[in-house]
Design a protein around this ligand. Structure first.
Ligand SMILES: [Zn+2]
Length: 76
């Protein structure tokens, strides 16, 4: 289980029963890593590990354990 602090101050955790960590595949990635396999399983993880803060809705994209992209909602 990993934890991190969002820029808004919320502590995020990817423990069980969380809506923080997302499994986001591109269509191509999904077809190669999941649909083409005889026994589809989540050992074929997507390229990015995506976390979503439930409070401010920031999206964090990690690759190989490093933050690569951070998306923040624009103000309305
Ligand atoms: Zn946040």
């Amino acid at each position: 289980m990993a934890k991190m602090e969002c820029y808004c101050g919320a502590v995020l955790s990817n423990g069980s029963d969380n809506d923080i960590q997302l499994r986001v595949y591109t269509q191509t990635e999904f077809e190669k890593k999941v649909l083409d396999k005889q026994f589809p399983h989540l050992t074929n993880l997507p390229e990015y590990d995506v976390w979503r803060c439930p409070y401010c809705e920031r999206l964090y994209f990690f690759k190989d354990g490093k933050l690569e992209k951070l998306y923040v909602l624009e103000n309305k």
